[in-house]
Write a protein that binds this ligand. Structure first.
Ligand code: PMP
Length: 354
């Protein structure tokens, strides 16, 4: 008897992405999925409190106008230059499907967001991964070959390293026949956005999210910004799959969050200052790390293997992220939490390392 039934030959088989663990236990100090430790803008709470549930009878606005217009206003764009989706994962997935439709391979780094190869596989897109340098940097020369598209995060994940706008421009300019996607999930924590280049380069798409800097991972809001033609192509694909991706509540909450600039800046500066403090403490504990411009630190201990530290922290109910993979198997990715959470982490590390 065959192990696989004949209908299974026609199944689209994929190895799925593994998201970071979401523990059921509320007492865990959760520094494993780069969530923001602070709540979203109080304006978001006001939307929820005043929401009329009767409206749930109706389908949402398929164009998410209120949210698209709020994002466009914040970034000084036309609404036709903004695409919104269910977290940047959804936006990235639509972008892969829309723009990476060539027989030539898409290029991205070997160490990067581990969803890229999953989307490439599920959509049957050929790809090649270019090794980062020894110190985890992108070599722009690697992106000077024939390709069917280019994508990388800036700052990169899980390294936290920022690449310069000059280097990004060199890549975008050198590849006029491909769409270049810059995944800016972490850009607000101190890196320079490529948004300034979207009017200059028709082939540049910038993707951001409300999950990190706007404290709304649970609401699932991501967005892409680019020239009108790119956005129209993405909407054509989106409206060929699911018109109603954003609930009315999501649209309203997102619009309020993006209008509250003061709260946004206040939260960012708290995280950046705790990140810099955490770098000092990690150094004192014998860790080395890249110069993170994100809300996490990619650290390696001089003597104790990362896998052992990961397990010991987990026993103490402190979750960080660890990948047992080539080149990064001795690193931990530690999300920047509140000052109190980080102090609890350092106390636990002191104990583990003594
Ligand atoms: N891009 C990068 C580089 C990320 O690390 C993440 C978070 N897992 C995402 C995109 C997706 O985030 P979200 O779907 O919550 O916007």
């Amino acid at each position: 008897m065959s192990l696989i039934n004949s209908w299974e030959n026609n199944v689209r088989k994929v190895v799925p992405y593994t998201p970071g663990e979401q523990p059921k236990d509320a007492n865990v100090i959760k520094l494993n999925t780069n969530e923001n430790p602070y709540p979203p803008s109080p304006q978001v709470k006001a939307v929820l409190e005043n929401y009329d549930c009767g409206k749930m009878r109706l389908y949402p606005d398929p164009d998410s106008t209120v949210l698209v217009e709020a994002i466009a206003e914040r970034y000084k764009l036309k609404p036709t230059q903004v695409f919104v989706g269910v977290g940047s994962d959804d936006v990235l997935s639509v972008a892969f499907l829309t723009f990476f439709n060539s027989d030539k391979p898409v290029i991205f780094p070997d160490i990067t967001y581990s969803f890229y190869d999953v989307w490439a596989d599920v959509y049957r897109i050929p790809y090649i991964q270019k090794p980062l340098t020894e110190d985890f940097r992108i070599n722009p020369k690697d992106y000077k070959c024939e390709n069917g598209g280019i994508i990388f995060p800036n700052p990169n994940a899980p390294t936290g390293c920022e690449e310069s706008l000059e280097m990004i421009e060199e890549i975008v300019k050198g590849n006029p026949d491909s769409v270049v996607i810059i995944d800016e999930a972490y850009v607000d924590f101190g890196a320079e956005s490529a948004l300034a280049l979207i009017d200059k380069y028709e082939n540049l798409l910038v993707i951001q999210t409300f999950s990190k800097s706007r404290s709304m991972a649970g609401m699932r809001i991501g967005y892409a910004m680019g020239n009108e033609k790119l956005i129209k192509y993405m909407n054509d694909v989106k409206f060929s799959i699911n018109s109603y991706t954003m609930t009315p509540l999501t649209q309203l909450c997102g619009a309020e969050a993006v209008r509250d600039e003061e709260y946004f800046q206040e939260t960012l500066s708290k995280i950046i200052s705790v990140r810099e403090y955490s770098k000092e403490r990690l150094s004192q504990l014998g860790f080395t790390f890249t110069d993170s411009k994100s809300n996490f630190i990619f650290a390696s201990h001089k003597t104790k293997p990362a896998g052992e530290i990961f397990t010991a922290l987990k026993e103490k109910k402190i979750f960080v992220r660890y990948w047992n993979k080539p080149r990064i198997g001795n690193h931990l990715r530690i999300t920047v939490g509140t000052r109190e959470e980080m102090d609890a982490l350092f106390a636990a590390l002191e104990d583990i390392l003594k």
